[in-house]
Ligand binder design. Structure first.
Ligand SMILES: NC(=O)c1ccc[n+]([C@@H]2O[C@H](COP(=O)([O-])OP(=O)(O)OC[C@H]3O[C@@H](n4cnc5c(N)ncnc54)[C@H](OP(=O)(O)O)[C@@H]3O)[C@@H](O)[C@H]2O)c1
Length: 289
């Protein structure tokens, strides 16, 4: 008989995310072990508890979910957890990173765009491209072959992100752009057919006039659900709505796919014990939905 499906939640926040706990149960986890305030130096013991208890053939029924609001902290926990698995002896469990929902949100945003554009030929602008979600959106788009402008209020910050993505995605077509002034924003929008706004909550990154002036725009995706929204004139619930000739998505419009991706990714963890689900792997799951 199969062992019960145990999901071990490693959360860097003081309280483990209730959202992630609910999704875990809805995705099929039968037991949920939640650890909060997890620091990298505590991960070894937690991972050893996971891999040394069941035999290798049963380890697919144990998995790890890394969450918390701090994406950099989550990345550190993921890295540490992978380091303490012992694949040579089959002693490993599958693991997924979705700190702050960054991977599932980025995957859902790029999927929304892919429904309407051939990403391989897309000319994209990622506003707020220096945040954890924006960086992942830019990376996924670059990997799909899109020409990507990564935007920041400070071009130097965007340059830093482009350099990091170029290391991860050989041959990526990337350009850092500053969008701190209306003039810079208009130049960054020039010739773009896809704009994703991944700016901080409650900040307008794309005013209506700038959006409507961009004649080449075909698809616009806003991920900010907190008013004022990231794209003026795009509603939070838009899901493929037409605004001024462009197909538009708001954060709640993308949220439905995000939830499906999150659940599917957790369920996938229990299919084998050798998976590491980060942005790219989660995007592949989104593509298969
Ligand atoms: N639906 C979901 O489940 C879900 C999940 C996660 C995130 N989100 C949303 O996705 C968006 C991106 O998330 P995130 O965590 O990556 O965002 P973030 O780190 O808070 O911000 C992203 C970028 O926005 C820019 N920014 C910050 N404050 C700004 C201001 N006052 N004016 C203009 N630009 C500003 C910064 O870029 P520069 O300093 O380089 O300009 C920053 O790197 C947020 O709106 C978030 O709420 C949704």
């Amino acid at each position: 008989m199969d062992k019960r499906k145990i999901l071990i939640q490693l959360d860097s926040d003081v309280q483990a995310s209730v959202f992630d706990r609910v999704v875990a149960i809805d995705a099929g986890a039968e037991e949920l072990f939640s650890y909060a305030g997890v620091k990298p130096d505590q991960v070894q013991g937690l991972v050893h508890g996971a891999i040394f208890t069941r035999g290798p053939k049963d380890l697919k029924n144990t998995a790890v979910f890394v969450g918390g609001s701090d994406v950099a902290a989550g990345e550190a926990l993921l890295q540490e957890a992978v380091k303490h698995m012992i694949p040579a002896f089959g002693l490993r469990v599958s693991i997924m990173l979705d700190a702050n929902g960054a991977n599932t949100t980025a995957a859902a945003a790029v999927r929304a765009a892919a429904k309407h554009l051939d990403l391989n030929n897309a000319a994209a602008l990622v506003l707020g491209g220096t945040g954890p979600v924006g960086q992942r959106v830019a990376r996924l788009l670059a990997r799909a072959g899109a020409d990507v402008r990564v935007a920041s209020r400070q071009a130097a910050r965007a340059q830093h992100v482009c350099t990091a993505i170029a290391h991860q995605v050989p041959g990526a077509k990337l350009q850092p752009v500053g969008t701190g002034t209306p003039h810079e924003l208009a130049a960054a929008l020039d010739g773009r057919n896809l704009v994703v706004a991944a700016g901080a909550a409650g900040v307008v990154l794309l005013p209506r006039a700038a959006r409507t002036a961009c004649q080449s725009l075909k698809v616009a995706v806003d991920l900010n659900a907190v008013p004022p929204l990231g794209m003026e004139g795009v509603a939070v619930t838009d899901k493929g709505a037409d605004h001024d000739g462009a197909t538009c998505y708001g954060a709640i419009g993308v949220g439905d796919t995000k939830m499906k991706v999150h659940k599917a990714a957790v369920a996938r963890l229990f299919e084998s014990n050798d998976q590491v689900l980060d942005a790219e792997e989660i995007y592949q799951i989104a593509c298969a939905l």
